[in-house]
Ligand binder design. Sequence first.
Ligand code: P6P
Length: 340
Amino acid sequence: AQLLPMSKKNQTLGEFIIENQAYFKYTSGELSRLINSIRLAAKVVNHEVNKAGLVDIIGAAGDTNIQGEDQQKLDVYANDKFIQTLTNRNIVCGIASEEEDDFISINSQDDNNQNKYIVLIDPLDGSSNIDVNVSVGTIFSVYRRVTPVGTPVTIEDFLQPGNQQVAAGYVVYGTSTMLVYTTGHGVNGFTLNPAIGTFYLSHPDMQFPENGNIYSVNEGNYIHFPKGVKNYIKYCQMEEGDRPYTSRYIGSLVSDFHRNMIKGGIYMYPKSSKKEEGKLRLLYECNPMAFLAEQANGKASDGFKRILDIQPTELHQRVPFFCGSKNMVLKAEEFMQNTD
Ligand code: P6P
């Protein structure tokens, strides 16, 4: 088949998926159906997020998740919606979520699930922002299973390095709702027209500018950072060349990442004396964002090595995270690696 250009302005997400089906090595169409199910779940969650202030779904659902954080009802709602949509459409054989202590094995009705994909999700990242009407996001990461099809998934299927991802993306519930994802052929952004519930290709072939002048970090942790991070932050603030940079920190990874990808910038969640491994989760926050970053000509590391090359050892493990414009991440790594 003649491959049409990957992206045409104002194409719908549905048309885009069909048109680029031929790009996928997995011609079974399963991955397309997977992206379609995420599209549906994103619309349903968006509907709830947009009226969060009105309906009594704010406030802790009473439980706390494995992170020990109060589970907001919207977290639980988003988690249930994504799991339900992926399960009902019989597309995946396993799911892991920030909101679930352990992974979920999906046995289709014939109980020997023939599906080959697993999904890891952070269903509502930045959920502490909901009560203050600041944007939040959903992050997802897709792999082919490594254990035999037709058998229940094991932890081995979920502990794959990020360089094995077949797809990754996020939904940002901001001033507009966008779905941004990659299947390894660049990054494309789709904006939801809520009036008709259709996503349109608004940001074809998204790329991080190689340089940027925005740095995103929670400077409240400054005194607890490693010396290299302190030195890099001071470097960002010095009057020299294209500096000082601007500081922008929303407290929602998806929003900070999205702004930095469009304008150029670096996002950092370093380790600190209070958080020895940093705060962000490798499997369903750092790996998908790192895959997107590299597909958009950006870079993502833990300050020393490529995020996508880290061999995971447990489902909810944390890693330090430096991600964004290539030259900014390289400079931050220079400070991290040359400061004792
Ligand atoms: P802090 C939200 O909880 C999150 O996981 C990211 O979305 C966000 O960038 C970060 O944590 C904020 O953490 O410690 O700066 O409030």
